[in-house]
Design a protein around this ligand. Structure first.
Ligand SMILES: [Zn+2]
Length: 91
């Protein structure tokens, strides 16, 4: 299994930079269409949630190379499109 880091939610509305890094992946389901405390737009769309579930399914289906310490960070913008932010070594 490859490693991934998924946690926290941020508001996707342009100009609103609300972010809650404390939200855990396992709590995402209860945040679908949860209104941003700052601007009221949805923090996590159903499309984004579905994408996250697909990413997890794909990631867990890849045999993990114990020597591969790469961690992939990505972001979602509300459309369900995944954007890779960066790859970095887990030290
Ligand atoms: Zn917002």
């Amino acid at each position: 299994m490859a490693k991934y880091e998924i946690s926290g939610l941020q508001c996707d509305k342009p100009g609103c930079n609300y972010v809650d890094p404390s939200i855990k992946l396992e709590d995402y389901k209860s945040y679908i269409n949860y209104p941003c405390p700052k601007c009221g737009s949805s923090l996590l769309t159903q499309a984004d949630y579905d994408t996250v579930q697909r990413v997890i399914a794909v990631t867990e289906s890849i045999p993990h190379d114990p020597n591969d310490k790469t961690i992939t960070s990505f972001s979602l913008d509300g459309s369900g499109e995944l954007r890779i932010k960066d790859f970095h070594e887990n030290r």
